[in-house]
Design a protein around this ligand. Structure first.
Ligand SMILES: [Zn+2]
Length: 297
């Protein structure tokens, strides 16, 4: 199985266009080599068949930067077979508009998200005339393409996107995914949005060679401290990395599994490789994913 990390920032990216917090200021000064695009992953178990997890507003640049996702010479055939959404957030769905030139991508999302994308943020209706997307039911377990890539959705939370805050649709609104290679037995877990540590995630990590988790915020009060205002991390739908109940405590001491954080907010000090926070992660044998990074399992 191959994973290509296409983007590693939370909504807004790093730097964010309207922000001069310490993280954005550092990134702006350092230049594009350290910038982070908005979170997105590509996964493949069969050569030439790739699936996206989420479709970020940066998707066009992310695909162009990834040779595996280029069409074969002389064709307009994409190696992209489909898209799996973890939720309906704008930074995970707006990129679908940029994929309208393609044809017949399979689109999997939790039922609440699929319904919301027909009404609250009507992407389904907007995309229908282009025929680019086939909306597929997200069942508990899927076998994609030739059947080699097995996908299990893990319900995470009922956190709704802001545009659907008033919705009464039953959840889950957010899921994580476990990928299993039916041929090699390799497995990976991708959970870029964790409002809480859900029942079932611990079991899903068992036997996985790689886990990529929500690293939006380092600390609960990070927005307040770095920008002067803003709610806590949990109120924004993200367990912080550090502190009581943080995700790092769940990862510490795990052996035989490669652990990485993605979806970093531009306020997260761990985005800076020279930070104390990054040293803390290194000591715990936990990594911060980088744009373009490849992981083979
Ligand atoms: Zn910022």
């Amino acid at each position: 199985m191959r994973l290509r990390v296409l983007g590693t920032a939370a909504g807004g990216g790093l730097p964010q266009w309207n922000c001069a917090c310490p993280g954005c200021t550092r990134a702006r000064a350092a230049g594009p080599a350290v910038w982070r695009t908005q979170e997105c992953l590509a996964v493949s178990a069969s050569p030439g068949d790739w699936y996206l997890v989420n479709a970020s507003p940066d998707i066009r640049a992310q695909i162009l930067a990834t040779p595996e996702l280029s069409p074969p010479p002389g064709t307009r055939r994409t190696p992209l077979r489909g898209v799996l959404l973890t939720d309906g957030e704008l930074d995970h769905t707006a990129g679908l508009l940029a994929l309208r030139e393609g044809a017949a991508l399979d689109l999997f999302a939790p039922a609440a998200v699929t319904a919301s994308l027909a009404e609250d943020f009507p992407l389904r209706g907007l995309l229908a005339p282009y025929g680019a997307v086939r909306w597929q039911p997200l069942t508990g377990g899927l076998a994609l393409g030739d059947g080699r890539l097995r996908v299990t959705a893990i319900p995470v939370s009922d956190k709704r996107p802001r545009y659907a805050a008033g919705s009464t649709r039953a959840g889950p609104w957010v899921v994580a995914y476990r990928f299993d290679d039916a041929v090699t037995g390799a497995a990976a877990v991708y959970a870029p949005s964790l409002a809480r540590w859900p029942r079932g995630l611990g079991a899903a990590l068992a036997g996985a060679g790689c886990v990529i988790l929500d690293g939006t915020f380092w600390s609960e009060d990070e927005m307040e401290r770095r920008t002067g205002h803003g709610p806590g991390a949990r109120a924004m739908g993200h367990l912080p990395i550090s502190g009581p109940g943080g995700t790092l405590a769940r990862l510490r001491g795990r052996t035989g599994v490669r652990c990485l954080y993605t979806h970093l907010n531009n306020t997260n000090p761990a985005a800076d490789p020279a930070s104390c926070e990054r040293s803390t992660l290194a000591a715990a044998l936990v990594e911060v994913a980088a744009d373009g990074q490849e992981i083979r399992l």
